[in-house]
Design a binder for this molecule. Structure first.
Ligand SMILES: *Cc1c(COP(=O)(O)O)cnc(C)c1O
Length: 382
């Protein structure tokens, strides 16, 4: 057995990131400033997007996008039960009502046919989540949005590198929301970003992200003379710091190299675990690019003799950190009480949530770590 515990989702951080953070500290400007602006430009260029607004989390990005779309009380937003709670909480914080549409059991992404069934006169937006980095089936989702005049807000927390038929995830609708949380493909510690299609949305997002102060406020302590700001609405404290952007700038330079490394690990897991009685991720769809954020196994006690939770315990004992992405949203008591949601009404998400295990997939993993994970999986199922 390995000596050291393999922490799940531990990010790869190299000397140049450390140096950039130190330069930022020495520069005397650690709040929102030139590094954030440079990070926004770099990210927009990578996505081929017009506008990028950096914030302090993907949760903030989702919340502000819903507000900037003028969605609020009385409005419904359709999303997936197979996501992190933040996707749903952001809808609630905007004052709107979340509505769930079950996933496709193979792709684990929201099923466009189930979305169609949930559209009412109150529906204002679809919030698809590109689960594990696999792109949702965007053609039918965009067709539904067009037909019913709905905004699309993409949760791209897993999907920085994801593409679908030559188009990049985050650029299908009006808003694409990204996360740079410590376990994500590119990290800034805490951090998020919105790519926006329209300049009016980008401008509103900037104001909302900094107390609702007019845009000059971002520069009010600069060397161009004191700038008065005017508060135009009750905004939030969601801005990204230069200290965070320092990490992000250096990480973005490695986004493709890290993606290649995760693609390699993914292929290796697929081959090495192929003979086991577990369900491996579905093949990547033609004409798409997977972000390779999560590698999930489904552990079904009927087939393996081991329950998912027993498997999690055995992996941890073998010093391999594992994750669960996710118990389906309707499993949580808050949503059951508030919306009357029942996991049995979303059976595909329910089953995935009760069987799924995520294996380590960070670009930081060494070949030996990957071998250790494979050995631990085999032993835990024996
Ligand atoms: C991580 C995650 C979020 C939240 O991102 P933060 O940057 O931590 O706020 C939202 N949605 C999904 C699908 C995520 O995995």
């Amino acid at each position: 057995m390995r000596e050291e515990f393999l922490v799940f989702g531990s990010p790869r951080i190299e000397e140049d990131e450390i140096d950039e953070v130190v330069s930022c500290l020495r520069s005397g400007w650690i709040g929102t400033g030139p590094r954030v602006a440079a990070f926004e430009r770099l990210f927009a260029k990578y996505k081929g997007a017009e506008h990028a607004v950096a914030v302090n989390s993907c949760t903030a990005a989702l919340h502000l996008s819903i507000l900037a779309a003028d969605i609020g009380p009385g409005d419904e937003v359709i999303t997936t039960p197979m996501t992190f709670c933040a996707s749903v909480n952001a809808i609630i914080h905007a004052g709107a009502t979340p509505v769930l549409a079950d996933v496709d059991p193979l792709t684990m992404n929201i099923d466009p046919a189930r979305i169609a069934e949930k559209i009412t006169s109150k529906t204002k937006a679809i919030l698809p989540v590109h689960f594990a980095g696999r792109c949702c089936d965007m053609d039918p989702i965009c067709a539904l949005a067009q037909k019913h005049n709905l905004t699309i807000i993409e949760d791209c927390a897993h999907a920085i590198e994801t593409e679908y038929k030559g188009r990049k995830a985050g650029c299908f609708g009006d808003f694409g929301c990204f996360s740079f949380y410590v376990t994500k493909n590119i990290i800034t510690g805490e951090g998020g970003l919105i790519v926006a299609k329209y300049p009016k949305h980008a401008a509103r997002l900037k104001v909302l992200a900094l107390h609702g102060m007019s845009s000059d406020a971002w520069k009010r302590f600069g060397d161009e003379g004191y700038k008065h700001y005017l508060v135009t609405e009750a905004g939030f404290k969601y801005n990204m710091m230069d200290l965070q952007a320092a990490l992000g700038l250096k990480q973005m330079a490695k986004v493709e190299a890290y993606w290649k490394r995760r693609a390699e690990i993914w292929q290796h897991y697929l081959t090495a675990l192929n003979d086991l009685p577990v369900t491996l991720p579905a093949p990547v769809e033609p004409l798409t690019r997977h972000g390779y954020h999560l590698f999930t196994l489904l552990v079904d006690k009927e087939r393996t003799g081991v329950s998912r939770d027993e498997f999690l315990g055995r992996m941890t004992q073998a010093k391999i950190g594992v994750g669960v992405h996710y118990l389906s949203v309707p499993e949580h008591p808050y949503y059951q009480e508030r919306f009357g949601w029942n996991p049995d009404d979303y059976p595909h998400a329910r089953d995935i949530g009760r069987q799924t295990v995520s294996l380590p997939m960070s670009a930081k993993l060494r070949d030996q770590d990957v071998e250790d994970v494979i050995r631990a999986v085999r032993q835990s199922l024996a």
